[in-house]
Structure formats: C-alpha cells, structure tokens
Write a protein that binds this ligand. Sequence first.
Ligand code: UD1
Length: 423
Amino acid sequence: MDSILVTGNGPLSGQIPIAGAKNACLTLMPATLLSDEPLTLTNAPRLSDIRTMTLLLQSLGAEVQALNDGQVLALSSHALTSTRAEYDIVRKMRASILVLGPLLARHGEAQVSLPGGCAIGARPVDLHLRAMEALGAEMDLRDGYVHAKAPAGGLRGGVVRFPLVSVGATENALMAAVLARGTTVLENAAREPEIVDLAQCLRKMGARIEGEGTSRIEIEGVDRLGGATHRVVTDRIELGTYMLAPAICGGEVECLGGRIDLLQAFCEKLDEAGISVEETATGLKVARKNGRVRAVNVVTEPFPGFPTDLQAQMMALLCTAEGDSVLEEKIFENRFMHAPELMRMGARIDVHGGTARVRGVDALRGAPVMATDLRASVSLILAGLAAEGETVVSRVYHLDRGYEHVVRKLRGVGAKIERIKGE
Ligand code: UD1
C-alpha cells in the first residue's frame, strides 16, 4: 500500500487549481440513467470514486467514456441491460445508492444493494427509501438488497417531507421526481451547491424544477428527458482543504476557480482565526502573514453551515492555534478518528461524544500516522506540512477517492511531499 511522506517546510506560495466537485459528479453521472440521449460532463475530477461510479453504470448497461484525460465524461444510457446495483460495487462507495431514483423513474424498478456500515458512522438510507415511497414506489428489503418497484404507469408526484436534511436523499428524490407524473414537492431539502448543480443539469435535459438552493424544491414531472452538456461545479471541499494549506504553513496561495459563496461559513471562520481570504479575478487568495492562528469554535451543519467534510482539516489548523477551540460534529457520529492520529503528532485534543476540544500547542512534530477516511487523510497531510520533521501517512487509498494529484498540487506551491510506492 502506498504512503505519503511530508516534511515540514515553511511558508507556501503560488497557485493551486481546484477540480470539479467529486460529490456533484457522483450525482450527475447517474442522471444519465434518466434519458436515452447522451449526457456529457466536463470539468470532471480524476478520482477512484468516479471510476467506481463508472463501473456501476457500466454494470447496468450504460456507456461511459472518459475523454480528455478523464476530464470529460461521455455517458449514454440508450440501452440498459440491468436494474440491479450489485453489492460488490455498492460496498465500495455509498454514493452508489444514487442510481435508485433514476432507475425507478425511467425503468419502473431497481434493486440496489444496501451500502452497509461506514467508517464515519451508521449512515442509514431510510430517507432515500421513504422518498421513493412518497412517489408511489413499493419498497422491500430482501437479501441485503432494496427491491423497489414503481406502480403501473410509473412514479407519481407527491410531497416528500425530510425529517432531517440529507444531501443524497434530496438528490435521489429529485432525480426520481423529474419523470414522475404530476407535481412533487421536496420539503426540508438539502441546499448544497451540488444539489443546485444537479438541478441545473436536469433542467438542461428538459426537467421542470424550481427552488433548488432553498429548502423547498418543486418539480413538475415531464414525459421524457433529452441529452445535455454540463460543467461540474467547483469542488468546495477540495477548495477549503487547499485554502487551509497556507493558513497552516504560512505564506500566500491562490486557489484557482475558488468562490466565497461556495464556502461562506468556512471563510468566516478563517477570518475569525486571523487568515485573510480575498476574491481575485481567477479565484481566492488566502494568506497568513504574521502571528499565530487564533482559536475558533466550529459547529458542522448542513449547507450553508460549516461543512462536516472540512471538520478534520480545520482541526489540523486549530492544533497550533493560540488558545482552545471546540469543534462540534453535528452531521456524523464517530467522525473524530483523525484526533488520535493528530495527537501522535503532539496535538492536545479531548473528544467527548460529538465534541472535540483542541488545546493549541506551539508546534506539531512529524510522526507515522494512519489515514482512517477520506477527509481525515488529508487533514494529516496538512498537519504534516506544518510539523517539525517527517510525517508518513499510510493507507492513502482513502485520499485517492477524493483528491486528484495531491502531491503535484502541493509541490506546486513549495511543499515537500512525495508518494512512496508500497508493495
Ligand atoms: C453527502 C456527501 C458527504 C457529506 C455529506 C454531508 C456525497 C457523495 N457525499 O453524503 O461527503 O459528508 O453529504 O454533507 O455527496 N441520514 C439518515 N438516513 C438517510 C440518509 C442520511 O439518517 O437515509 C443521516 C446521515 O447518517 C447523516 C445525515 O443524515 O447523519 C446527513 O447525511 P447525508 O446528507 O445524507 O449525507 P450523504 O448524502 O451520504
């Protein structure tokens, strides 16, 4: 297994290009199942999760071609051969559940393996299933699979009231509703930029949707959808991650393609911590020129709140802040697995349930550490960049799921980082 060697090396400077959003691409790709005409996605990130979704769609009979070094995905679902998402693929990636809505909407049935447990908590799919039921589908759980069947004549519009905000369930419901008969209203819908991106793409395909980006989305079902070409929105989590690199190491870095509106709550916290963020014509310029970072308190929330997917990286910053910071994780249970690893590097962190108190230390020291999930792995790299000495991060396959060319991007701004090939 490969690992990453990072050596603390002082201030960073230069530019980092930000890729298209993994999480947007993972919901845009299954949208191909809704139409027999081609869907072309540009600005796609080159990641193992995207390859997993490619395999899943191909297993259903869709054609997926990666062009232009993987940045363009040409998808077509004119002749599907299966409506069954097998366990072998679904277990690798929870987002596989996103084929459920489109398969049901266009083909009247779907069998999707239950995703199973996950390193960051139980993560059930009940909200996805309830949304499909609200559109008239019959759901049955058998042999580890969800067996879903639309009524004769197809799904029909309905009111879906989500008891809690779920990004994936909102996406699934949206994709199911675009081909349902009549009007669907999604209440307490997620407002993430990835949902807005999906709605915009579906609209290009001919869907009738209003209210994306608010908590009430209204969809008027249409008989069929056509093809479209769509550019995947910027990855706000990759953006936030790289904004933290100069915040932790000092220096000034411009994140190309970055926008404050994608990360308002996060940018406010950086400001509170004493990091300057400036919008430029080409992206966001982030700088920490003098002095130590100030401690700040963070609570993760659905968009537009502080994203849970940046909590681990923010913790890496706060380890060397002046004073005590409290991080409260409100979205996922068990999402502090990076804390003991950061403590191996000299951080002082107390975790109680969903709350972590970080007592700022003067400096971290390099150590061998282990990546436990996608965002945790990159938080350890960030911490390593600022630590004294060498840090070796093992199990970096987690990283490959969500960060393309991480070594190249960080080297481009002066970081000392390399990938070490394992057996
Ligand atoms: C998506 C993102 C993930 C991010 C998360 C929260 C993708 C591919 N992944 O995940 O990176 O961390 O949003 O911003 O886009 N829940 C239920 N029942 C359900 C579904 C969710 O109880 O049926 C709970 C979850 O356990 C969690 C909360 O709802 O506590 C929010 O999860 P959700 O927004 O659904 O996350 P994902 O869509 O899985």
